[in-house]
Design a protein around this ligand. Structure first.
Ligand code: NAD
Length: 435
């Protein structure tokens, strides 16, 4: 199939590369000229495990190319995917200006039948509005179908998720569009679920909200564990072993962050309000999430008392391991709060430091080049995300380098008993007894 992807970010670029890898011919479009020039020169603008190799392999095979021209993408493809941002507005509702702009841009260059696929995460009924917009702005009568095809990839394992999806959701009632969409996804050999467009759009918000709810559920449980002397890890194992519940997304921590969960939950709250059926449960999910960070900061303050001039090391800046994505990272919120209290923060992240520096996200933070450099003379170490690398650091060295052996484990990555044996005073999340 000939495919265009409009928006070559975390979703668009990985999707384009994986489509090319199953032998489709793909044009990735972006209006960020620097990004496209970099891609044309073989420079990948984001870190995602395995992505660079897939991109290079498919560029060499002439199945993947890059352009800033939407017209070129639309002209040379049968199917046009939209993967542009859908950021939140101050009231939580979705800013749909990027989607609307792309719809107009497509309409201006549409000459013959195309399937326009919305892969961005959008409020229910957006597809109908995209179709209305294209119809309104198109030059003359031209045939097209709009399809919803939400994306469920996880950053950090996006290539693997795209190559082996749990399911493909396609929202459309056009047989013509459906038969082309099935051809796109045939090589992935995954279950294809066909729904109407509104249901497909709702599935994405419902899925992300449910995952956020699971995280807030275990985080609320962690507060109960702390108050009662139980261990949230054992509770999570106990309930997660039940197949109806499952263990994933039951890891107590600093709360969910990133470019998706906070905005998608807020969007779903706003959408349900607008539909006149307020989803109040999700407001509680948001409250618990905020509360989790507040409780963690309080824990640090209860121990260190005054934070002003305290030397604090932070490991982890990205919103999760195995990515360089720092958008809405709770680790960055944490660093910002420590800095506001006057602490001297030295932070290390295996991949996120460049973006933190580029966007000046934590003014005043010192960016260390290694985990060990970050802890030099520190009065406390805070673990803010769970890169594998942090598990293999030599904690005897860490102990020697630190001024005071205080460890705040915001992701319950370390074993409290081992850390105690190594001489640390360990504070985890919801682990009052710590065995
Ligand atoms: N990142 C994720 O893990 C993830 C997962 C599933 C769904 N989503 C959804 O996918 C969408 C895209 O997310 P992302 O993380 O890839 O965003 P991103 O910011 O990484 O990428 C979006 C790209 O679109 C480009 N763009 C904006 N307007 C354009 C235009 N008019 N023409 C061409 N290019 C344009 C931007 O320059 C940028 O490169 C969002 O709706 C998001 O909610 C994201």
């Amino acid at each position: 199939m000939d495919i265009a992807i409009i928006g070559s970010g975390y979703v668009g670029l990985v999707t384009g590369a994986c489509f090319a890898d199953v032998r489709h011919s793909v044009i990735c479009v972006d209006n960020d000229q620097r990004k496209i020039e970099n891609l044309q020169n073989g420079v990948i603008p984001l870190y995602e495990p395995g992505l660079e190799e897939v991109v290079h392999r498919n560029v060499s095979a002439n199945r993947l190319r890059f352009t800033t021209s939407t017209a070129e993408g639309v002209d040379e493809s049968q199917i046009v995917f939209i993967a542009v941002p859908t950021p939140p507005q101050p009231d939580g509702s979705v800013d749909l200006t990027y989607i609307e702009k792309v719809a107009r841009e497509i309409s201006e260059v549409l000459k013959e039948y195309r399937v326009i696929v919305d892969k961005s995460t959008v409020p229910v009924k957006t597809g109908e509005k995209v179709a209305d917009t294209i119809r309104r702005y198109a030059k003359g009568s031209v045939e097209f179908d709009v399809v919803s095809n939400p994306e469920f990839l996880r950053e950090g394992c996006a290539v693997a998720d795209l190559m082996n999806p749990d399911r493909i959701v396609i929202g459309s009632n056009s047989d013509r569009a459906l038969s082309l969409m099935k051809k796109v996804y045939e090589p992935f050999m995954a279950p294809i679920m066909v729904t109407d467009m509104n249901s497909a759009e709702l599935i994405k918000h419902a899925a992300n909200s449910f995952l956020a709810l699971k995280i807030s559920y275990i985080n609320a449980m962690s507060a109960i564990c702390e108050a009662s002397g139980a261990d949230v890890e054992r509770v999570a194992d106990g309930i997660g072993a039940d197949k109806r519940i499952g263990r994933s997304f039951l890891n107590a921590g600093l709360g969910y962050g990133g470019s998706c969960f906070p905005k998608d939950v807020a969007a779903f709250v706003a959408i349900s309000d607008e539909l006149g059926v307020p989803f109040t449960l999700l407001k509680e999910v948001q409250r618990i999430n905020q509360n989790q960070m507040d409780r963690f900061i309080k824990k640090i303050k209860d121990t260190l008392w005054v934070l002003k001039d305290k030397r604090i090391a932070v490991w982890g800046l990205t919103f999760k391991p195995d990515t360089d994505d720092v958008r809405n990272s709770v680790a960055i919120d944490l660093v910002a709060q420590l800095l506001r209290e006057g602490a001297i923060v030295r932070a290390y992240d295996p991949k996120g430091a460049d973006k933190v520096a580029e966007y000046n996200l934590c003014e005043g933070v010192v960016l260390a080049k290694s985990a060990l450099e970050a802890v030099e003379d520190a009065e406390a170490l805070v673990l803010a995300n769970e890169w594998n690398e942090f598990q293999s650091v030599d904690f005897v060295q860490v102990r020697k380098k630190m001024h005071t052996p205080l460890l705040f484990d915001g992701r319950n990555l370390f074993d409290p008993v081992t850390m105690k044996e190594l001489g640390f005073i360990y504070h985890g999340i919801g682990r009052a007894l710590a065995r």
